[in-house]
Design a protein. Structure first.
Length: 364
């Protein structure tokens, strides 16, 4: 039960706020909202309730949600618009873009709020820049495979101080990290100090992919982490740092998407709702509510970024059409829009099938 409850928080909260953003933006510019759904109700599967002019519902397919407004050709393929004043197509370009982008804005605000809350409540961690080990991982998850930690394998322990690697003196954690990252799968000599005694061994960093200097790179890791100072910050500083974390996460995800098309990341690394149920449940069991909310923030950023991509059927695709129509000063022909939406529907369904296939492979 905790797995499904955790899943509904991780997916439901970002999706609900995303659609709420569209709903509120539509109301703010006088667009009639016909439907408000969390989850997709394909084949009519789901719960629904009509209140005033809007049908509210929960669809049984947890891959997103949607707000259906009057006068927009979306995944419903409803082309019956008469261009009345309460319809989407009667609004100017800026009003259209405001409505279409409001969901993404809500996703980024949710992420920033969660990050800012924990920074303000718990303090902001700052690395103590000395090559002294605080924690050691016994196992590392590399590309969904559990491998033994190199540090644990040679007997490194908490409070050990790394003094030399390949006979080069180590004076800071930054220097230590750089050496390890730059030598994936390369055997090195290492000397550390423990209670006044020097111990030496050989160690080989495990290779993994990580976002470094604006791109995805192969780096080496040992499975060690440093000591931190926890600094209390003001509310304003917490908001700034929380927003910076959201921007940093956006950059990482953007480069991951870029790497997907350049071969740096495989489609097999993408997951869907089934695997997310497992991830959310395990996160709650091991890390509690805080870890679950931080995972929610990450999912929210992912949802926002993917939705703003100029892909037919997604918010970014609608924004692109609105910009084109604004530039040419007229609406695109209905048949063209039907074609664009059809392509988007096929792409989205193909992605859904792909991630379900990946989920089944990962869970078996």
């Amino acid at each position: 039960m905790i797995y499904f409850l955790s899943f509904f928080i991780v997916i439901g909260l970002p999706v609900f706020l995303h659609e709420l953003g569209h709903f509120l933006a539509a109301r703010s510019v006088g667009i009639k909202v016909e439907k408000f759904y969390v989850g997709f109700n394909f084949f009519g599967l789901g719960l629904k309730k009509k209140y005033k002019e809007t049908e509210y519902g929960i669809g049984l397919f947890p891959m997103g949600g949607y707000v259906k407004v009057a006068g927009i050709l979306d995944e419903s393929f409803d082309g019956s618009s008469k261009k009345k004043k309460y319809e989407f197509r009667s609004k100017n370009t800026l009003q259209k873009i405001w409505f279409l982008s409001a969901g993404v804005i809500m996703n980024f605000l949710l992420s920033s709020f969660i990050f800012s809350f924990f920074i303000f409540n718990d303090g902001y961690p700052e690395i103590i820049n000395e090559p002294i080990i605080n924690e050691i991982s016994n196992e590392l998850n590399i590309d969904n495979q559990i491998k033994s930690s190199p540090a644990a394998s040679i007997g490194l322990m908490k409070d050990d101080k790394i003094v030399r690697i390949n006979n080069n003196p180590v004076s800071s954690w930054d220097q230590l990290s750089q050496i390890i990252h730059n030598n994936p799968n390369v055997e090195m000599s290492i000397i550390w100090e423990r209670k006044g005694n020097l111990i030496s061994s050989k160690i080989t960093p495990i290779t993994t992919k990580q976002f470094v200097d604006g791109e995805i790179k192969n780096i080496g890791i040992l499975g060690i982490s440093p000591y931190y100072n926890i600094n209390k910050v003001s509310l304003f500083s917490a908001i700034v740092k929380g927003s910076q974390q959201t921007i940093s996460l956006l950059k990482q995800i953007s480069y991951s998407l870029k790497a997907l098309f350049t071969g740096g990341v495989s489609f097999q690394d993408f997951f869907g709702p089934l695997y997310l149920v497992k991830m959310a449940g395990e996160t709650t069991e091991t890390g509690g509510v805080k870890s679950l909310l931080l995972l929610t923030a990450m999912i929210s950023v992912n949802l926002g970024l993917i939705n703003i991509l100029p892909i037919p059927g997604l918010d970014g695709g609608h924004v692109f059409i609105a910009l084109v129509e604004g530039l040419i000063g007229r609406e695109l022909p209905l048949q063209v829009k039907y074609g664009i939406q059809s392509v988007g529907f096929v792409l989205i369904m193909s992605l859904f099938i792909l991630v379900l296939y990946n989920d089944i492979k990962h869970l078996m």
